[in-house]
Design a protein around this ligand. Sequence first.
Ligand code: NAD
Length: 457
Amino acid sequence: MSTTAAPSKVSGFRWDPVFDELGFPKDPDNMYTQTVATMLEAAEVVGLPHRVKIILAQPKNELMVHFPVRMDDGHHKLFKGYRVQHNNALGPYKGGLRFHPDVHLDDVKSLALLMTIKCSAVRLPLGGGKGGVKCDPRKLSAGELQRVARRFTAAIINDIGPDYDIPAPDVGTNAQVMAWIADTYQMSNNTRSNDGMRIVTGKPVEIGGSLGREKATGQGVADVLEEMLPQMGIPIQGMKVSVQGFGNVGSWAGRILQKMGARVVAVMDHTGCLRNDEGFDCEALAGHCREAGGIAGFEKHGGTTSSGNAHGKGATEITVDEFYQTPVDVFIPAALEQMVQSREAEMLQCRVIIEGANGPVTPEGDEVLNRRGIHVIPDILANAGGVTVSHFEWVQNKTAHMWDEETVDRELKRYMVMAARRTLLAANKYDVPLRQAAYCSSLEHLGAVYKVRGIFP
Ligand code: NAD
């Protein structure tokens, strides 16, 4: 593989005739339209039949619910929730639940489509779904959050199932929220089965969660880098990394890469941006985030942790622009969608971007990065570690058997390495950048499945 990215065969956003056929609104900034456009461009490259293109361009089911929740002060508030089931040709719908104030239908549809493409890219027997509740979990008390989670579960209870649609955590939800969902499902259904414990993945280990699930997405990011970086001429030992978003994905990717010998020199989250040329102590920074709710203030902790690690020593506050301009080998966007637009793409001083987040780079951003010869390892490959270990959790629950963490890590690495190799093969076969290559590899598989299954009746 060449050490600079292949030029894109498609520039930015292309209006496919399928959009007119299906009556899409002409809004190229719409995230769902952008995601479908990326899929259709790759579909063109692999020669996917028209019938499969139109099936994949729309979700099978879009569910929107409204439900009241009693708040701590006694008044009732109405919440809006979504569950989008994009495609189940490969297996049950699978995808996270996001609790965030900006959740809306088009974004959930995009994320559901990404799940279909991702599961196929990794060759998991799962389809794609996504859901969420429009709320700000940081402003809810623990009791309110629990009531939102349980009442949302009740609202969608007839539309999910352990062999039909299996939610998981995403931004704003975690293992505790999954435990409340599992318990609500169990209490509301046939209590003589144990279906409730199989209805979600990402559960606490005590109720059937998998060892290694919490770190799985960050671990998958590291596994993909370990496979691909040597081909780009970048050794992990000593490489410099910047991380945007220091939540589940970003903090685990940072911690694991630091253990592998990399230096995390810049971090950004919703509370600010920090730089440390010596490299952050990512374990200490993750601990600070758990206590303080974000990275802000870490630079004021000059002492040492009980394990003797330097805390925030050497860290200084920087601006958002300075964060993007920090020279690094690898930039890991691991926060939210559409954060790297053309302006940010022009500012970045890195050789490789690995998308820990879903859809962090817009098509315009992608175009700039391609022109600048920066490799982008796309979300559907890079962050597939989460759904892969979710699949392992589902298998463990189905077989009433628990794997040890070594087995989980070994199997995860096997899936991630194989998916990375398929992507590199597709990049060579079709002479396309890595994003298109990962889509091509995924769509080849979905196309083969539709070919043998046919379309009912
Ligand atoms: P999280 O809630 O644990 O962390 C999100 C991080 O983003 C936090 O550090 C937050 O401060 C930061 N952030 C939020 N708004 C920001 C802003 N405006 N500017 C800068 N930073 C901001 O979420 P997560 O689970 O780590 O997910 C992050 C991304 O990874 C999402 O796109 C999610 O869909 C994707 N993803 C997560 C998993 C998983 O297993 N958790 C799997 C695949 C993909």
